[in-house]
Design a protein around this ligand. Structure first.
Ligand code: NI
Length: 169
């Protein structure tokens, strides 16, 4: 068991498109185990590999937040999306800020399991929201990029304050 450091907003790895995996070796399986440990340790319901500094297309989601019930998806590709839902989101890479985001309420996606088998997943509600958030990570997007109106102004203000606090003003 290893807890990995979580990369924070401002690190370029979060803005880079992650690479698809061509094979799943012991190294990737170890990384996935460490990602699972890290996600639960950090009390997150989802994690993308670039959040631990690895630019590879691996995501973990755990809508029920039950250890052992998480889903690992490698090389996820969204096939279908429908409906709309608005939920409050946060992110382990953006600590201290949360906001309402509107996303699809249903997602069908394909990818590989940990064992390298092709699979199609159909997710609804909270699970669909998390998977969209994590797939966004692999494409270099964060939930704060998806905000509108008042929430967008709130994040802009928060980002300015954060920069000042970090001494980059
Ligand atoms: Ni996130």
């Amino acid at each position: 068991m290893a807890i990995l450091p979580i990369v924070q907003l401002g690190d370029p790895v979060l803005r880079k498109k992650a690479e698809p995996l061509s094979r799943i070796t012991a190294a990737e399986r170890k990384l996935i185990q460490d990602m699972i440990d890290t996600m639960y340790f950090a009390e997150g319901v989802g994690l993308a590999a670039n959040q631990v500094g690895v630019s590879q297309q691996i995501i973990i989601i755990s809508p029920t937040y039950r250890r052992g019930a998480e889903t690992v998806i490698i090389n996820p590709q969204i096939l279908k999306q429908k409906g709309r839902t608005t939920d409050r989101e946060g992110c382990l890479s953006v600590p201290g800020f949360s906001a309402k985001v509107t996303r699809s309420d249903y997602v069908q996606l394909k990818g590989l399991t940990v064992d390298g088998e092709a699979k199609v997943w159909e997710l609804k509600g909270f699970a669909a929201v998390i998977v969209q958030h994590e797939v966004d990570h692999l494409n270099g997007y964060l939930f704060i990029d998806r905000l509108k109106f008042l929430e967008k102004r709130r994040v802009e203000k928060w980002l300015r304050e954060r920069e000042q606090a970090l001494g980059h003003s």
